[in-house]
Design a binder for this molecule. Structure first.
Ligand code: COA
Length: 268
């Protein structure tokens, strides 16, 4: 795959000037990279998760790059906690334009071995959590001002995949939410899209999956970066995508449509 010399500098630097972006699960991993990328393109940031320590660490890192970052803790499964955080962001910045529902839980487990509570936990965080945050941001701000929502999905939500039934079920629900919200809210100037990341280097999710399968399930030879995912989010929340809504974009170098995964010879 051809890599741009500096994939973090593909877009105009003031693309999101004056806007405020809220990234759930923004303290670590892909969420932190999404926050950084939106911030580098002019957005003022808010990040939230359950872990204050990683949020504070991320905020210091982002602030050292000259970015503005508001932090607060919440469990996305708890609507009252979510509403409190959203009210805090609005009190701090006075506006909120972009929501990225990135907070998610994942662990590899078979349908047979996962506990009832384990299944409920992932659906609670990924699907109901996405609903809770979207609803809170909609009611507090977007319904009167418009805005953009991006829901982080999974490339296999529409397929069958071992050890991930709980995640696939939750993310398929997230995709349904993406499409339905997009349709209901198009007249209000709100765009809702999804990004389904493929195999991304240096992430906890991939590390856990590799450990559980002894490296057997790597998702193929094509590996992206957190920046690749963040750039897709940036495009979707920018005006370049002003007529794009209700779509779930796979950002995976074609891995999810490569049914048979037949090795092909490199060119030359
Ligand atoms: N394998 C199997 N079951 C697991 C599990 C694992 N690795 N981790 C958690 N569970 C089960 C628990 O056993 C529990 O079920 P039980 O009551 O029947 O025992 C249920 O899930 C809830 O566990 P809990 O510890 O209360 O977790 P939680 O609901 O607060 O959060 C996670 C669950 C997955 C988010 C948590 O394990 C976590 O923080 N993971 C790290 C973040 C992460 O997942 N990153 C990857 C992003 S792709």
């Amino acid at each position: 795959m051809v890599t741009a010399p500096d994939a973090s500098r593909v877009f105009q630097e003031d693309l999101l000037k004056e806007q405020v972006a809220f990234v759930t699960g923004g303290g670590t991993g892909i969420g932190k990279e999404i926050a950084r990328t939106l911030g580098r393109h002019g957005a003022r940031l808010a990040i939230a998760s359950r872990k204050r320590e990683s949020l504070e660490l991320a905020a210091r890192e982002l602030e050292s790059e000259g970015l503005e970052c508001f932090v607060d803790t919440c469990d996305v499964r708890e609507p009252e906690e979510v509403e409190r955080v959203v009210a805090g962001i609005l009190a701090h910045y006075g506006r909120l334009d972009v929501l990225v529902n990135n907070a998610a839980g994942n662990f590899p487990a078979s349908v047979r071995n996962i506990s009832y509570n384990g299944f409920k936990s992932i659906v609670g965080i990924d699907l109901i959590g996405t609903y809770n945050v979207t609803k809170a941001v909609f009611e507090a701000r977007l319904k009167d001002h418009g805005g953009k929502v991006v829901n982080i999905s999974a490339p296999f939500s529409g397929m069958g995949v071992a050890l991930q039934a709980h995640v696939a079920a939750a993310k398929m629900g997230v995709d349904a939410l993406t499409r339905s919200c997009a349709v209901e809210w198009a007249p209000l100037g709100i765009r809702v899209n999804g990004v389904a990341p493929g195999q991304v280097a240096d992430t906890e999710g991939v590390a856990r999956f590799e450990a559980a399968t002894g490296g057997a399930a790597t998702g193929g030879p094509i590996v992206g970066t957190k920046q690749d995912i963040a750039n897709a989010v940036l495009f979707l929340v920018s005006d370049a995508a002003r007529f794009v809504s209700g779509q779930v974009f796979s950002v995976d170098g074609a891995a999810s449509i490569d049914m048979l995964k037949i090795p092909v010879e490199p060119p030359g």
